[in-house]
Design a protein around this ligand. Sequence first.
Ligand SMILES: *Cc1c(COP(=O)(O)O)cnc(C)c1O
Length: 488
Amino acid sequence: MPSFKIPEKGADAKELLQRMESFKSKDINWPEGKFFGYVFYAGEDIYNVAKSAYTSFMSTNGLNPSAFPSLRKMESEVVGMTANLLHGDENVTGTMTSGGTESIMMSVLSAREWAVKNKNMYGVPEVLAPASAHPAFAKACHFFGLKYVEAQIGEDFRVDVAEMAKLINPNTILIVASAPQYPQGVIDPVEAVAALAKKNDILCHVDCCVGGYLLPFLEMGGVLLSPFDFRVEGVTSISADTHKYGYAAKGASVILYKNKELRKGQFYIKTDWTGGIYGSPSFAGTRPGGAIAAAWAVLNYIGSDRYTRMQTNAFHTTRKLIEGVKAIEGLNVLGNPDATLFAIASEKYDVHSIADEMSELGWYINRQQLPPSLHIFVTDIHVGKEQMFLDDLQVAVKKASKFSWENFKKNVQVGAVKGLKKMLPPSYFNQLLDRAGKSGGGADGGHRKAAMYGMMGALNGTEKLEELVEDFIDQLNSPEQSEDKGVE
Ligand SMILES: *Cc1c(COP(=O)(O)O)cnc(C)c1O
């Protein structure tokens, strides 16, 4: 029997809210700003506008626009404002979705439908993307039965276009560039990728999930960037997340297409259902009106002057952080980040141990792999916190570089895994992973993840790693266990 059930008698509303507040005690303390990614917070006034708009439309449903002309108006205005921002012409159109992943999935689905109508294909349609592209593209191919092909990235972490050209074949339907890509924050050579698409008569999607409401304002603020949007010939769709640098409420993104024909590919219609003729514009059935309303309100509330100020401030903070990181002996920054995302690496220290030490100082930092690095994602909340971060980083580097039994244990574990991985049955790996999480944690109960990451790195590319991660996600999503496992 599952361990939870709906209480027989309903609880008191006030008491419930208090209990829920207490649930938050172990969450990231996001108004404090000692984290990167996940939450985009730019001050109480913007937050309150989003909150009021969201709650006011919380019960509305964007599935059927004729029932809610209010949502239809706001959605088409958000799409229109975004198309304008990204230099679309009067033919550019789109829809709102629940987030970047759904926007990307829609672009892949519409490409498949476009190919069915317009291309002679001899096999499974292929989507070609940089190895640095967001996993949503691979996820889309997995969902829609397409083949996902990855092009390697160059020394500068931008996609290698010559390699892309080699991978194009008659089954390729869509190629992808990111502006910027997430891991190292660089903008792919969008012009060259789009030209390649045009030459081969296929579609080109630019993933502006992060950049959509960021790069245009950086340009307005005088930052020089290589072209990334509909100004580039050959670009046929763009995704832009209102819930990232738009600072809107979660559950809001925009997918834009060069024309109406392409957009039709993401619609689904069933005319013979006994419940009536059913049509839906995107993945979801019921579409939460609150997210649409909050996006509309926030874009109008902030306005382009304030966006320009906010985003350029974040850009200058990023420059200061990058300079500061490079000034710390043994640390470096990967590539030449174009905007407000970057990755800290080191040839001297184990960066994952540095992240562990940073978490002792209250910072929550995402670990990356291939190569190992720490992901920094600068938003409005970090402006003015540069010195605090750099001082803490300096302390963390010193602590991580010292000999300690903790570090020694981690290295032994990683080394052991490298040697043993071929010989051990999967069940043993599960135990090992579990123990690594705990023993690496020492006294602080699971905050130390370097050991686990080292191990994941050693196992990388094997099927076992996939199994381990699958088990891990399974456990995280089981209510009995979720309390005492760290989420990564
Ligand atoms: C965040 C992100 C996505 C996916 O967006 P979600 O809203 O998390 O689904 C896609 N591409 C890039 C570059 C991103 O940073």
